[in-house]
Design a protein around this ligand. Sequence first.
Ligand code: ATP
Length: 511
Amino acid sequence: MDFKNIISHCKEYGFIYQSSEIYDTLAAVYDYGPYGVELKNNIKQYWWKAMVNMNDNIVGIDAAIFMHPKTWKASGHVDAFNDPLIDNKDSKKRYRADQLIEGYAEKIEAKIKKDVEKARKRFGDAFDEEQFRTTNGRILERQSKIDHAINTMNAHLKVSDMEGLKSLIEELEIACPESGSRNWTDVRQFNLMFSTQLGNITGEEGKLYLRPETAQGIFVNFLNVQKTTRQKLPFGIAQIGKAFRNEIVARQFIFRMREFEQMEMQFFIQPGTELEWYEIWKAKRMQWHRSLSVPEEKLRFHDHDNLAHYANAAVDIEYEFPFGFRELEGIHSRTDFDLASHQEFSGKKLQYYDPETSESYVPYVVETSIGCDRMFLAQISLGLQEEVVPDAEGKDSTRVVMKLHPSIAPVKCAVLPLLKNREELVNAAQDVANTLQPYMNVQYDEKDAIGRRYRRQDAIGTPYCITVDFDTLEDNTVTIRDRDSMEQQRVQIEEVASIVNKKIDMSSILS
Ligand code: ATP
C-alpha cells in the first residue's frame, strides 16, 4: 500500500493521530490512539521479553528523562550532537545539508535503476545486471557523480567543514525542493538537544536537557546495577523510554519525530572482545526481526560510512520502508568511551573488578538501539495490504487487511453476535467475550452487518473473529474466522481460548 494511504489508514482506524490536531497540529509529534497503543505495547513486550526475559545476563531499568547536565557534556552531546543546517533565502525553508546532498545522490540512483530496468527488458533472460552496472558508460558516469558527492560530503562531515558542505551544494547545483531556488545561506551546526530550565537555579547552572537517547541513563547506573544484581561481565542493561531530538527536517510520518521512543541495550564486556560480541549482537538482532515473519529481502545491514565519535564499529539494520531502505536499528561498538568519560567528568570510578583476572578495568560496550516508532511503522507498512477477495462482487471484491504477526496484533479476537436485536445472541456473545477477556485483548462488536464487522477487524489486524449465531444457542458452538485465509470453522466454545492462544502466543517466536 502506498505511504499516503498507510498514514490515512492509521488515523481512520485509531492507530495514530497528529499531536494537538485541534490547534492545527504540532509538527513531527504524534499521539498513539487506542489500537496504536496496543500494537506499540506489544512491540515493546516482544523486545523486552527477547532481551531481558530470555537472557539471564541482561536486566532492565527505567531511568528518568532528566539527568544531571554534566551527563551531556561527558557524553559529547553538548559539543557534537549537531546536524548541518542550511536555509533557502527565497522559500525560507530549512534543510539538513547532508540530506540535500543525499537527495541529489538518490535522484541519480533512481535514474540508474531506470536504465537497468530498460536494459533488463531489452536483453531478457541473458541480462547480467552486475556486468551491465560495471561496464555501461552512462551508468558508470552516473555512479561516479554519486560517489563524488557522497565521498566529498563524508570528508567534510568528518572534520565539520561547513564551508566545504556549502561549496559542494553549490557545485552540484542543488536547488530547494520547494521553490527551485539556489539562493542558500551558509551551512551552520545546529544542536539537536531540547533544553529547559530548573525552577530553583538561574542561568547555565540550571539548564537541563531532555535526553536525546536513553543510553546515558544506563551508563550512569552501570555500577549501581552491577553491584545490586551481582552480575559478572559480560552482562547487559536494557531500557525502553522516551527520547527527544530537535530534528531540523522532520517528515515521513513517525519515521522521524521530535519526541520518540527507544529500546536500547548496552552490553558490558571485557576490552578486546568487542568485535566478537558486535557480530553476535548483529546476528541476534537480525533474527529478532526475522522471527516476526519479516521477509528476508526487506531487511539488510548497512555499515556506517562515518563512525560516531564513540564507536569503533557500527552498522544499521535497514528496513525497506515505503520510501526506501532506511535505518531501523543501530548496533554500535562504543568502546569504553562513555564509561571512561563519565568517570572523568564525575570523578567517580566506573570500573569493574574482574574476579577471574583479578584486575579492575572500564568495560567496553556493544549497544543495540532500535526506535520503537520506526518498528511500528515497519510493521504497519509490511502488514497493511489491499487484496482481491475470491468469489466476491462489487465493493466486497477487495478488502483492506492488516496482516500483523498475531503475537503483536492490537486486538486478538473479536466476538460478534450475528444480530444485535436478538437478546439471546447478544447475551451469549457477551458471555464468550467475558470468558476470553482475562487471557487476551478481546473486542465485542454488534454494530452493522456481520460482513462489515469482519472487514473492520481485518483493517485493524485482528487474527480471529468469533461469531455467535442461532446454532450456538442449540449446541454451544461458534464459528471462528481466520483473518488471513478468511476461512471459517465451527468449534466448541470451550476450544476458542486455546485456538486463539496458540496463534497469539509470543513464546513460539521467542524460543
Ligand atoms: P538517523 O540517522 O535516522 O537520524 P540516528 O543514527 O541518529 O538515526 P541513533 O542515534 O542510532 O539514530 O538512534 C537509534 C534509533 O533510534 C534509530 O535506529 C531509530 O530507530 C531511532 N530514532 C532516532 N532518531 C529518531 C527520530 N527522530 N524519530 C524516531 N526514531 C528515531
